[in-house]
Design a protein around this ligand. Structure first.
Ligand SMILES: [Zn+2]
Length: 291
């Protein structure tokens, strides 16, 4: 079970990993906390599909649902909406208050309840989410972390989140945080592109990130996923309102990426089964043959 804040996050964080596991026969469920209805159009060449518009909240919700369905199909996974309202990314100084009723403002127990129920129904062995910083300072990403940790901890306790006629308690065995674009990865790709005589778009980005000294999170688990980059790319492109096909996601030639960085990284946040670090499998410690 991969828990994400908005439609498109599942395609930019750990996407190839979900595609790989799905292809290997694992039941993969993407959970999307919000409808993404406060997202702006981030692709200059975007045109709303026939019969749709992106101006109204309803229009944006409908378009993003279509995009999400296409992305899930590209990854070969199932997807479930939790139905919360996108908080938007507050910008300005001082920052404007969050909109009333948005996901980030919902009290934790209320916000986690549908995820706890979903964990009890789907019974995942492994859950993935974001690190405590959200991985990206969006209030919905931080909230996504909080509800995921709460559901991971509480779903196995039959005395918590009691629902009349609800599913039986279930404790997932492992919880992971996705790793986004680490500085090491950016540097490796940047150097490989320059080495190949290509113009890298990452130079300034690396400098500004290095200057801000954002602490790098620990990598405990590397998943080999290069054969699934094409599926990830198809899923990203499916989010046509959000992803510019000429943007930085696609700036790196795929053969270079597969060569210098064929993995996606995770941080094991908690495990209820013994496992040896570093790992190369999110299900390490859970497979019968490895027992
Ligand atoms: Zn997001």
């Amino acid at each position: 079970m991969a828990v994400h804040a908005h439609p498109d996050d599942e395609s930019s964080k750990g996407a190839a990993t979900t595609a790989r596991y799905a292809a290997e026969g694992v039941e993969v469920l993407i959970v999307t906390c919000t409808g993404g209805e406060r997202g702006d159009v981030l692709n200059p060449s975007f045109e709303a599909p026939e019969g749709h518009e992106f101006e109204s909240v309803e229009g944006r919700l409908a378009v993003r649902r279509l995009e999400m369905a296409a992305a899930a199909e590209a990854l070969g996974v199932r997807q479930h909406w939790l139905g919360f309202v996108d908080s938007g990314l507050p910008e300005g100084d001082p920052r404007p208050p969050l909109p009333e009723g948005c996901f980030a403002l919902v009290p934790l127990e209320e916000a986690a309840a549908p995820l706890v129920e979903l964990v009890r129904e789907f019974r995942p062995h492994v859950m993935t989410t974001y690190d405590p910083s959200g991985g990206y300072p969006h209030p919905d990403h931080i909230k996504c972390h909080e509800v995921s940790v709460e559901a991971y901890r509480a779903a196995g306790d039959a005395d918590r989140y009691v629902v009349e006629g609800g599913a039986e308690a279930w404790a997932p065995a492992k919880l992971y945080y996705n790793h986004g674009f680490s500085l090491d990865r950016l540097r490796a790709v940047h150097e490989a592109m320059e080495g190949a005589g290509l113009e890298s778009p990452f130079g300034d980005w690396i400098e500004s990130r290095a200057a801000r000294e954002i602490p790098e999170r620990e990598v405990t688990t590397r998943i080999e996923v290069a054969p699934y980059f094409a599926r990830r790319d198809a899923a990203l492109t499916a989010h046509a309102s959000q992803i510019d096909p000429d943007g930085f996601f696609f700036a790196v030639p795929r053969d270079i990426e597969a060569d210098v960085w064929p993995t996606e990284e995770f941080e094991l946040a908690d495990s209820r089964v013994p496992t040896d670090l570093p790992e190369t499998d999110l299900f390490a410690g859970l497979r019968e043959e490895s027992a």
